[in-house]
Design a protein around this ligand. Structure first.
Ligand code: SF4
Ligand code: SF4
Length: 166
């Protein structure tokens, strides 16, 4: 019976020479010493959010604190996750009253479809990224509550007046 023996030198892992490893580590440390920091001292420091960053949905208000929502419910229909629930009352004279514009933030995937769908620019994707809340009340929030809805005809007329001359 013949037995083939593998030489010990062929199977054993090569030993690294410690001085070369040390030099390599020192070289990496020296390079990183002069690199710009990519981390910040959160929460003392915060990153400025890019203009197009998308966090939670929020209402748009003008300088006078007036919202722009006409209660058309297009955003509610466009949300595939059913995160928006608008409780609106339509009166006989066709004016509308918003009892609640409810947003289920914990279920929102922040896709921005509702914002794109809103024909009146009444909502936008906010830039506040500190959204962790343990209280369940914070997960469903009323972005508008007990307010008159904007009349879409008045809104359109106001937008036409505001538009710069072509
Ligand atoms: S951002 Fe997307 S998931 Fe969130 S409320 Fe709007 S449509 Fe729904
Ligand atoms: S936020 Fe925009 S799309 Fe949604 S109900 Fe108000 S006006 Fe309509």
């Amino acid at each position: 019976m013949t037995t083939s023996l593998t030489p010990a030198s062929a199977s054993a892992p090569k030993k690294a020479h410690w001085p070369s490893g040390l030099i390599s580590a020192a070289r990496i440390a020296a390079i990183n010493l002069f690199r710009r920091n990519i981390t910040i001292q959160y929460p003392k420091q915060r990153y400025d959010q890019p203009d197009r960053s998308r966090w939670a949905v929020e209402q748009v208000f003008d300088e006078a604190g007036m919202h722009r929502c006409t209660a058309c419910k297009i955003c509610e229909q466009s949300c595939s996750d059913k995160c928006i629930h608008i409780d609106v009352e339509t009166r006989e004279d066709k004016t509308k009253f918003i009892h609640a514009w409810n947003y289920e933030r914990a279920a929102c995937m922040m896709c921005g479809l509702c914002v794109e769908a809103c024909p009146y620019g009444a909502i936008r994707m906010g830039h506040d990224y500190e959204l962790a809340h343990s209280a369940s009340a914070e997960k469903r929030i009323d972005l508008l509550r007990e307010v008159e809805a904007i009349d879409p005809r008045k809104k359109q007329a106001a937008d036409t007046q505001e538009a710069p001359d072509a």
